[in-house]
Design a protein around this ligand. Structure first.
Ligand code: IMP
Length: 189
């Protein structure tokens, strides 16, 4: 995979560049590290791992493949970005979990924490069901943007305040399949 991709005509941001900021190898190495920490944390327990759709589907799939504990999975779907590159400031629940998480150990898996609004929404939603424990793993974290009062248990990489795609993350629903993380760089006009 090239470390720089020119976005072809007909696609969002055509003519601009996608610049690799995290290589596919680094992605996989970091996911394995997080999985081993989670495995240690839940040794002898059966947590419910909840993936936040759509963005977290690749991180979630790779993460659970590396776990050496038993676990259950579930998914929910929220939307805070619409089709744009900035948070709309409101979170909509598009699909809820089906598992009963009361009294269970829960790990919520997110693709990226930007403002932290989605995470706050999810925390509140999960806490209503009184899980035995509740922890959050995110693949990417934007520390300069995130509100200071959120706490994350596992973060794959801290990144600058820039819009990124790949490894599950999209721009207008595409680029999710790129195996690394790419920043959208607008060319000087
Ligand atoms: P937050 O609620 O502002 O923390 O935003 C979280 C959600 O916004 C993520 O789950 C993504 O769906 C989306 N998002 C935030 N930053 C990016 C980005 O750089 N690329 C793609 N999606 C993003």
């Amino acid at each position: 995979m090239d470390s720089e991709i020119i976005i072809p005509q007909g696609f969002p941001f055509a003519g601009n560049k996608l610049e690799e900021i995290i290589s596919p190898d680094s992605v996989q190495k970091r996911v394995a590290e997080i999985a081993s920490e989670i495995s240690v944390m839940y040794q002898g327990k059966v947590p419910i791992i909840i993936g936040v759709l759509n963005g977290a589907f690749l991180f979630m799939a790779d993460l659970v493949r590396h776990l050496d504990i038993q676990f259950e999975v579930d998914f929910l779907k929220i939307d805070s970005y619409g089709d744009g590159t900035k948070s709309t400031g409101t979170v909509r629940l598009l699909k809820d979990i089906s598992a009963d998480i009361t009294g269970r150990h829960v790990v919520v898996v997110e693709d990226i924490v930007d403002t932290g609004l989605s995470l706050k929404f999810l925390k509140h939603r999960m806490e209503e069901a009184s899980p035995k424990s509740l922890r959050f793993a995110t693949f990417l974290y934007k520390p300069d943007v995130a509100s200071k009062d959120i706490s994350i248990d596992w973060a794959g990489f801290n990144i600058e305040d820039q819009f990124v795609v790949g490894y599950g993350l999209d721009l207008k629903q595409i680029y999710r399949g790129l195996p690394g993380i790419y920043a959208v760089k607008e060319e000087d006009k």
